[in-house]
Structure formats: C-alpha cells, structure tokens
Design a protein around this ligand. Structure first.
Ligand code: AMP
Ligand code: TRP
Length: 329
C-alpha cells in the first residue's frame, strides 16, 4: 500500500476551507492508502502563539478530524511535538537547504515584502521542517492546498539531493492538489482565500461556528450585480465560491447545480447553500461533542504516536548513520 501524509497547523480554528481543501481528501484517501495525519504544532509556533489557545486549537482539531470521519484504525494520527525526531530531521534538512531556496518560498517572501515586523527565523526555515515531516515516513503522496505545493516541491528536491549525496534514503514525495474546491474564498472578499487568520468573522466559516450564525454568513456573502448564476471565477468570484461550497458538501457537479439554477436568483442559491452548511455543521458538531466527552482522542493519539514514533526512530537512526553522526554501529 502506498503511503500518504499530511499535516495541518493548529493556528486559529479550522474553517470550511480547510475541510473542503484539505481534510476531506484525507478522509477519502484513508481507504486507499496508508495514511499519516499529524497536528503540525511545531509549525504553529513560527508565529507568536498563546499557549492556552494553541492547546485548545490542537485538541479541537483532533476532535474535529475524528468527527469528520478520520478513522484511527486506518489513519495514524499524532501530534508533531510528541516526536522529537521531527525537529531533529528538520535541522538536518535545514542544513541541506540553500538560503536562496528558502528565500523563494512565498510565505516568507510575502511577509518580508510587506515589511512585517517580528518575522522569526523559524518562519524562514519551516519549509525544511516540513520536508522532514514528509520524508520521515517515506510518504509517496502529500495532499495539500495549492499554497503548500511549493513546500512539497522543496521536499522533493531535498530528498533527491540527500539520496544523491549519501545513497538511497528517502522516497521522493508527490504533492496532490485537489481540483474542485481546492481553494475556498473569503465570503466578504471572494478574490481572497478563506483563512483562519482572517479578522472579519463574517468572511470565514469556522467548523465550530454556531450553525445558525454560519447560515447568516452565507446569506450575507458578497456576490456581484450581474444576476446570473454561472461558474465564472474571473467575473463572478462570489457566486463561483458558493457553487464550489455547495458542490463539495453535496457531492454534486457544479454544471448540474448551474443547470438547476437557470433563471433563478442569488437569494435562492444562498438559501440552499446556507441550509447545506447548517446541516453539515449541526451533524459535525454533534459528533464533535461526543468525542470530546469520551477517551477516543487520547487513545487515538497514544496509538498514533507509538506507531509513527517507531518509524521515525528508525529513519533518523538511518540518516545519522549516513551522515556520519553516529559513531557506534
Ligand atoms: P492553513 O489553514 O493555511 O494552515 O492550511 C491548512 C490546509 O488547508 C492546507 O492544506 C491549506 O492549503 C488548506 N486550506 C486552507 N485554507 C483553505 C481554503 N480557503 N481553501 C482550500 N484549502 C485551504
Ligand atoms: N505547512 C503546512 C501548513 O501550513 C502544514 C504542514 C506541516 C504539512 N508539515 C506538513 C502539510 C507536511 C503536509 C505535509 O498548513
């Protein structure tokens, strides 16, 4: 069975964008692949984090993953910080990355271009840690949103570089970017990505939003004045976004939805999207509350880090041997 791995940073709360763009894929793929999913909390601290918030976000995230359908019998679920090998291999990857490569990473580039204050060295080197996360488990495939593709490409380069210098050590991973719904946009500014770090709460749907509040956010989503329901990202980004959300949550092709809405208005479309989101969140949150009240989460994490830990231990030992870092056989 081929291996697949992905991680999500526990910064802010999970949004509908995270679900449609990333988590939904994890759930679908767990039957087909040997899955590894982890909470990338060492990545979260590249920007200032409130410890209480970080802990709460991480817990919510794990509970939501399980509520969304991640099955700990099929998927190895763990917390990155529970396995020190990640930072160990991360350092080794940092030492094999060039300054130029890291300077080209858009996240860092954008922040420096904006002249943001307080950019940490961790934010600069984190793609090397991400490469370590991936290469540690010999992942064949890495499902990510479009914005993360560049980092998986760096992981590929590092795997090839390492294999070339020291002999076959890592599997060269491939990014998988989902087509429909790969990018869910802000409800208030549909040319911008829906993001959990967004300031305007009306722009984003949190998976833990009160379902009624979420419905209202859909009803007040920014659209356009053209008045025709078409999938046209360029000219009607707001409508395209609503169609994408509906298509993803209902598993219905966009063309079919557009046909159903021939001659109908935006209000009707918003009503259906609002109801769909309402139903989706109500069902999800009921499961989430049951998980929080049980020991399912603790059990899944314990088993997950045990399994991942064994692989990580072996991999780092091998890498250390290859690099001449270990002196005993
Ligand atoms: P982030 O929220 O930026 O930490 O991203 C976590 C994962 O969710 C990554 O795979 C992102 O690409 C994906 N993701 C985040 N926001 C969106 C969005 N609005 N639409 C689609 N995918 C997203
Ligand atoms: N950097 C990713 C993000 O911002 C999270 C992440 C960390 C990740 N390590 C990973 C994703 C390894 C895929 C594989 O969301």
């Amino acid at each position: 069975m081929k291996r697949m791995l992905s991680g999500v940073k526990p910064t802010g709360r999970l949004t509908l964008g995270n679900y449609i763009g990333a988590i939904r894929q994890f759930i679908q793929y767990q039957d087909e692949y040997e899955m590894f999913i982890f909470i990338a909390n060492m990545h979260a601290i590249t920007i200032p984090c409130d410890p209480k918030q970080l802990r709460q976000n991480s817990k919510d995230m794990i509970a939501l993953y399980l509520a969304l359908g991640l099955d700990p019998e099929k998927t190895t679920l763990f917390l990155q910080s529970d396995l020190p090998q990640h930072t160990e291999l991360g350092w080794i990857m940092t030492c094999h990355s060039y300054m130029g490569e890291l300077q080209r990473m858009t996240q860092y580039k954008d922040k420096t271009a904006k002249g943001e204050a307080g950019i940490t060295a961790g934010l600069f080197t984190y793609p090397a840690l991400m490469a370590a996360d991936i290469l540690m488990y010999d992942a064949d495939y890495v499902p990510v949103g479009v914005d993360q593709k560049q980092h998986v490409e760096l992981a590929r380069d590092l795997a090839e570089r390492f294999n070339h210098r020291y002999g076959d050590t890592f599997v060269v991973p491939e990014p998988i970017v989902q087509k429909v719904g790969a990018k869910i946009m802000s409800l208030q500014n549909p040319t911008k990505k829906m993001s959990k770090s967004e300031d305007n709460p009306k722009a984003t749907i949190d998976l833990l939003d009160e379902p009624n509040v979420a419905r209202k956010k859909i009803m007040s989503a920014v659209t356009d004045s053209l008045g025709v329901i078409r999938y046209d990202v360029e000219n009607q980004p707001g409508i395209a976004n609503l169609l994408t959300i509906l298509s993803a949550l209902n598993n219905e092709a966009i063309e079919g939805i557009v046909k159903r809405y021939e001659g109908k208005g935006y209000g009707e479309l918003k009503k259906e999207v609002g109801q769909t989101v309402f139903d989706f969140l109500s069902d999800l949150q009921e499961k989430y509350r049951a998980i929080i009240a049980s020991s399912i989460m603790d059990d899944a994490l314990r088993e997950g880090s045990e399994k991942a830990g064994k692989i990580a231990y072996k991999k780092v030992a091998k890498v250390k041997r290859k690099l001449g870092l270990s002196v005993v056989k």
